[in-house]
Design a protein around this ligand. Structure first.
Ligand code: DQA
Length: 145
């Protein structure tokens, strides 16, 4: 059976394409999801996607991934920097977790330098814009092989 990846997108990522394009680029979230899904298919995997502006929805999506999904790619957006509940949910997920950001958060405001997700992630892809979606799926392939 093909491995399944859950791609999670946090608050405000539904506005990609119109939101601060100088930082996040002109591509929409649908564009990035299509890239990730295509690469997953090329590598023999399936990809599900959920975007939410609500912390509890994302936490419950991680709960629902347990025992069902093989890996999680998460761009938790601003929740990256404060959501202990998402961090704890990801810690309870048994498979690899790849943390993803379009921008290089370490090169931005100091409040973005802290990630509560990183300690429970297998690794972080940050600063490569939309290419990060391809890189994240490739990272999952490596981690599952
Ligand atoms: C982001 C970086 C976060 O600091 C920010 O709050 C986002 C997007 C990124 O993809 O670069 O919403 O996760």
């Amino acid at each position: 059976m093909a491995a399944t990846i859950l791609l999670l997108s946090g608050p405000n990522l539904n506005l990609l394409g119109i939101r601060e394009p100088d930082i996040y680029g002109a591509a929409t979230l649908d564009d990035h999801v299509a890239t990730a899904r295509t690469v997953a298919g090329e590598l023999g995997m399936e990809l599900e996607h959920l975007q939410s502006n609500h912390e509890g929805v994302l936490v419950e999506a991680v709960h629902g991934a347990r025992g069902r999904v093989d890996a999680i790619i998460v761009n938790a957006a601003a929740m990256t920097h404060y959501s202990w509940s998402l961090r704890d949910a990801l810690a309870a997920f048994e498979g690899p977790v790849v943390e993803l950001h379009l921008s290089n958060t370490a090169a931005r405001e100091s409040w973005r330098h802290t990630s509560v997700v990183t300690p429970v992630a297998s690794g972080v892809i940050s600063g490569f814009g939309g290419h990060g979606y391809r890189l994240a799926v490739e990272a999952v392939r490596l981690l599952l092989s």
